[in-house]
Design a protein around this ligand. Structure first.
Ligand code: IPE
Ligand code: IPE
Ligand code: MG
Length: 247
């Protein structure tokens, strides 16, 4: 049994699922096989998150830069995504999982957009967990689309520049209906953000794992959550201030 404390779980957990390609290359397999195994890891970690009771889980599944990968790899990822949506719908409904997609979704193939829309609509009533897929997502894109909309609202006279503060800006981001991420996990040993959440990560705890995503187990996932629970989040204050506030 794990020793997770229910009250100290991250409200919003985000994961950069990295290392599928290297997992396959190590075995002299096609990179696509790594993505197929990666999808199995997604199923495992979504299930574990729901069981543990994490309210918001966001998975970085495809970045704005990933469009520049070889065509066959992009096509395979799009196929796997559609396949995932189709095969998981039933389980999402049974487990009260609400699916949300964020990113520059208009760049996705039409059949993927349709599959996403349908899954989002069918699962909209799910109260157990919000599963957000970041697709065709870039942190800089997110900030820029917010700036564009804020500017046009100012030009239309519906917003004054002095009303722009952190809270308002957050409402224009694609993550507007999500709490800030408490924990970010990145697998595969890379210690970088790769244009994922830029604004949102300001005070997020980060857990880097050397494990390649297809090998990321439930046990290691729980290790990451335990590590998070043992940290002191100070938000710029002194440790003493934080501990007084706790008591
Ligand atoms: C993560 O695995 C999946 C996506 C970025 C879509 P990678 O495909 O980046 O795997 P590596 O980093 O090449 O091993
Ligand atoms: C980040 O991984 C994007 C996703 C996991 C979807 P990448 O593999 O694209 O990142 P870099 O290129 O190693 O920084
Ligand atoms: Mg990678």
């Amino acid at each position: 049994m794990h020793r997770l404390v229910k009250e100290k779980l991250p409200r919003h957990l985000a994961i950069i699922m990295d290392g599928n390609g290297r997992w396959a290359e190590k075995r002299s397999l096609d990179r696509v096989e790594g993505h197929r195994q990666g999808a199995e890891s997604v199923r495992r970690i979504v299930r574990a998150s729901r069981e543990i009771g994490i309210p918001y889980l966001t998975l970085f599944a495809f970045s704005s830069e990933n469009w520049s990968r070889p065509r066959v790899e992009v096509d395979a990822l799009m196929f796997l995504l559609r396949n995932y949506l189709e095969t998981e719908l039933q389980e999402m409904l049974e487990n009260q999982i609400r699916l949300v997609a964020i990113g520059d979704l208009a760049r996705l193939p039409l059949e993927v957009q349709t599959a996403l829309q349908q899954t989002v609509e069918k699962t909209a009533q799910g109260k157990g967990m919000t599963l957000t897929l970041a697709l065709s997502y870039g942190g800089r894109d997110d900030i820029l689309q917010a700036v564009r909309r804020i500017l046009s609202h100012c030009q239309e006279g519906n917003l004054k520049p002095e009303e722009i503060n952190e809270e308002l800006f957050s409402k224009y981001l694609w993550t507007h209906n999500h709490p800030g991420p408490d924990l970010l996990i990145r697998t595969s040993g890379e210690m970088r953000i790769s244009n994922f959440f830029l604004w949102q990560l300001a005070y997020t705890e980060i857990y880097f794992s050397p494990t390649l995503w297809p090998d990321f187990t439930r046990e290691e996932f729980i290790q990451a959550l335990l590590s998070y629970q043992n940290r002191e989040r100070r938000f710029g204050l002194t440790g003493e201030q934080v501990r007084v506030g706790d008591g």
